[in-house]
Design a protein around this ligand. Sequence first.
Ligand SMILES: [Zn+2]
Ligand SMILES: [Zn+2]
Ligand SMILES: [Zn+2]
Length: 753
Amino acid sequence: MRRLKIAIRGVVQGVGFRPFIYRLATEQGLGGWVKNSAQGVFIEVEGPERSLDDFLLRLPREKPPLSFIQSLEHSVLEPVGYPDFQIARSEDGGEKLALILPDIATCPLCQQEVLSPSDRRHRYPFTNCTLCGPRFSIIQELPYDRRHTTMKGFVMCERCAREYEDPRDRRFHAQPNACSDCGPQLVLWDGAGAPMARGDSALRTAAAAVSRGEILALKGIGGFQLLVDASNKRAVARLRRRKRREEKPLALMCPDLESARGLVNLSPIEEQVLLSPQSPILLARRRPQARIAPSVAPDNPHLGVMLPYSPLHHLLMEELRFPVVATSGNLHDEPIVTDEEEAVAILGDIADCLLVHDRPIERYVDDSVVRVQLGQEVILRRARGYAPLPVTLKETLPPLLAVGAHLKNAVAISRGRDVILSQHIGDLETAPAFFGFQRVIQDLLRLYEVKPHAVVCDAHPDYLSSQHARDLGLPVIEVFHHHAHMASCLAENELEGEALGVTWDGAGYGEDGTIWGGEFLAGDARSYRRVATFRPFRLVGGERAMKEPRRSALGLLFEMEGAAALERPWPFLEGLSERARRLLAQVLARGSNSPLTSSCGRLFDAVAALLSVKTVSSFEGQAAMMVEFAVQEGVEDSYPISLLAAEENQPLVFDWEPLVRAILRDREQGVAVGVICARFHNALADLIVEVAQRVGLERVALSGGCFQNRYLTERTFHRLQEAGFRPFTHQRVPPNDGGIALGQIVVGARKVA
Ligand SMILES: [Zn+2]
Ligand SMILES: [Zn+2]
Ligand SMILES: [Zn+2]
């Protein structure tokens, strides 16, 4: 038995939506309710998992003809025991909180108009209506009205104005309404910003350039993208070289679903994700026959694919008819470029030409990234299509600002019962990223007119986000990284009372000043205690270990065998000079610049190095990903992890040494890497069940970057269930540090209250 909590925004009121939901729920034998509110239609249904899945699949397919879904968000929660299904009274009283919708992918009606030669909007790339089009990326202030958007500079022609004023028209009060007579126009520029073509000819010339293997910078919805023919090896290689992006996978845009099916295996849920109004990048298993340059996603059995989500993309892909790389228009992990002048300066050296237009982008909103785990959508990067939809909690919170962590940063504000999580900002590693972070904070506070009572930050003393929090002149609340992870997962799943939080990630500042990352916490948003962890080991060179998995491996071996460990001819140390090795040995022996960590992410790194799967990474998390991808399905046995210390009032300490020895033994005996990786994952899942049994809390929340790992998450989930526990995972909020700000808000709220 499960409960689904669903929030639907769009044209869902006055079109027979509630009776439809009533019928659908009763047909599926589900209990619960449906109700209208100023913010949309809210539904709760509960019943067997299979019936709920059917309900979710049927809902968008069978909805009333006049209805239109702009966003549908759902979470799977614990059942509460509804006896039957009811149409509940609408929530009409109270304050009508202004809701800002995310940018919505082009609706089928607009798509049809754009492609139909007889329509007055034929081939007009900025077509939209009340059902679709830009929202969050163009709004400047509330209320959402044309004069408060970046469309204010365009005066509607007579025909557009008539549509806008006619209540029977699909474009009645469609704020960005426009046509080729009165709206934004396309221009094609060369790399230096000199115009080459205008209007439709700009679009066709740009398409021809991509067909020839050139790199196109495209001004999209929430920022620039870089496009290149995905099957053209040389073109992809050139893009990587110019963008200085070595191995990180590149996302693809396919002309249509059929083409996406040719690249990746898609389940019905995955197809639904691709076709949803959110239209994110979906990570799915690639098909062996996919005709894509290998350098699109090197050594990666997955591809990130998306479908066209604006008329401009539809028209361009209609010309091209083949999949293209569509990656963020930025340098390294800086915020994506939104302004065309800036694009010439920053992307001019990367792109051969730029397809731009004169509709300003108010704020950057990257493409979102989604993966399906446990048969559900899990958001890994929350941006276009999802931000700024609120996470609605059961209780009212004081107004707070949370500034997130350091990597994959996103910030959040609370207002009433809503927590508004910002769009993905990125790693705060560069000055432009840090500047972007400050801009997003100011923007959110201004847009929602929130005056925070306090600011919540990570307890890490050196994080730029924490330092910035202290500069705001507000009371500062520090929250420990892993407590925030756990609280985020509890809040998302509406869990109150004690639970066991398994918070596994790469790194987070711990109470004792060491780097935590393999933690078991018992508690709730109010407080927690660390009930179990891993035996700590040293990270040689601190931060550098993040990029060099071999340093994590060295840290483990040094812990096991001391300096002698470095004398052995480990294959993963090949490529390191004699001098470099001696230096590492000295650093380890002295313990200088090699902080202690209990990080599970680094344990993954170490295994990647020991197996020579990856010894030096080109981006954070790469090695761990490769260990996951290497897993051979169908392996059931696992490695031992032993209990090292169980002192009273101290966390249990679990020892990875037996596991490492077993891996080394298997490796020596020539056991396949895929089998070793499976046994390693299985050992971690076993450990979680063991700790759950020792702690004895029924509910177990899985949070932190390690739970982006599908094999680990699914195996752990099922093993916990078999053992009688109730596991919970992230759904609408990323399990990685992109979801930390939600946890910070709920913990912070307890501390000010
Ligand atoms: Zn539309
Ligand atoms: Zn017009
Ligand atoms: Zn984390």
